[in-house]
Design a protein around this ligand. Structure first.
Ligand SMILES: Nc1ncnc2c1ncn2[C@@H]1O[C@H](COP(=O)(O)OP(=O)(O)OP(=O)(O)O)[C@@H](O)[C@H]1O
Ligand SMILES: [Mg+2]
Length: 262
């Protein structure tokens, strides 16, 4: 059964720290995610996005700080947190040997839902996979796999969904399909925490954007707020609004190759 929400933000993170041996990855991360909508966590490769998601989904323990998900503390109430979330990882977790429909039925059974077949058929229809539902996942394209993976994460109707780089490795058309799916998720009040290194993805999807850099959140706001951090560039009489990419590069200040952490 889903742990329904209490009051307060969907996610609250305060002073989160995490090191792997002497590599200090998170060095005091603070952010809140309001209920409903898409919150994007941006950062270069190795910034620590997946580390944050793993801590929030109780797969990894923080060294210091606190994190609350759906009003439950990740350290003290991990079972309640797990009942409140689903996680679609950086690498799709679907079973290749089974058909798409069998994958969905399996998860619906594991979550003790009534009529797993009907749950599966409903999701196949929602994700435009009805025709492919009877085929082994091994025959699916990358975009179909991701859609199935996201469909699986909806089973049991969790109020909070973590999508860790949902479109990495997809072609432009498949990315657009996944974007459409993510937009639909938020229509029924689900909260999505999305990690991505694609700035256009955050521009397309996110209601709020936070940038993780050198172990901390260096900026957190709406797209408009982020864009206001840079003055618009004027070329003769035409104003050019900065893109999120301009803002990101100006704030991060490098091309992502500088991995120095002290
Ligand atoms: N289990 C681990 N042991 C040691 N170092 C790790 C481990 N997991 C992650 N790291 C290191 O921690 C840093 C942050 O990794 P993380 O996977 O959180 O980054 P990310 O922002 O998700 O990157 P990407 O965009 O490549 O997915 C990286 O330098 C990574 O090499
Ligand atoms: Mg990652």
């Amino acid at each position: 059964m889903t742990a329904r929400s209490t009051a307060g933000p969907a996610i609250r993170v305060r002073g989160l720290e995490k090191s792997y041996k002497d590599l200090s990855v998170l060095r005091g991360v603070d952010f809140d995610v309001d209920r409903g909508g898409v919150f994007a966590l941006l950062g270069s490769n190795g910034a620590g996005k997946t580390t944050v998601v793993k801590i929030l989904s109780t797969l990894l323990k923080a060294d210091a700080g606190t994190a609350g998900v759906n009003g439950f503390d990740v350290a003290a109430q991990p079972a309640k947190v797990r009942d409140s979330i689903s996680l679609t990882g950086q690498f799709a977790a679907v079973d290749e040997i089974l058909t798409g429909r069998e994958n969905l039925v399996l998860v619906a059974r594991l979550r003790h839902l009534r009529d797993p077949g009907a749950v599966a058929d409903d999701l196949l229809a929602r994700f435009s996979l009805t025709d492919a539902g009877g085929r082994k996942v091994a025959t699916y394209s990358g975009g179909m796999r991701r859609r199935l993976d996201i469909a699986m994460s909806l089973i049991g109707d969790p109020p909070i969904i973590f999508l860790d780089e949902p479109t990495t490795g997809l072609d432009p058309q498949a990315r657009i399909e996944v974007w459409r799916t993510v937009k639909e998720l938020t229509e029924n009040g689900t909260t999505v925490l999305l990690t991505t290194q694609y700035l256009d993805e955050a521009e397309q999807l996110a209601d709020r954007i936070a940038i993780l850099h050198r172990g901390r959140i260096i900026v957190d706001g709406t797209l408009d707020e982020l864009k206001r951090l840079l003055p618009p560039a004027t070329v003769e009489y035409v104003e050019k609004q900065p893109s999120l990419e301009d803002v990101f590069l100006a704030l991060v200040g490098d091309d992502g190759t500088d991995k120095e952490r002290s």
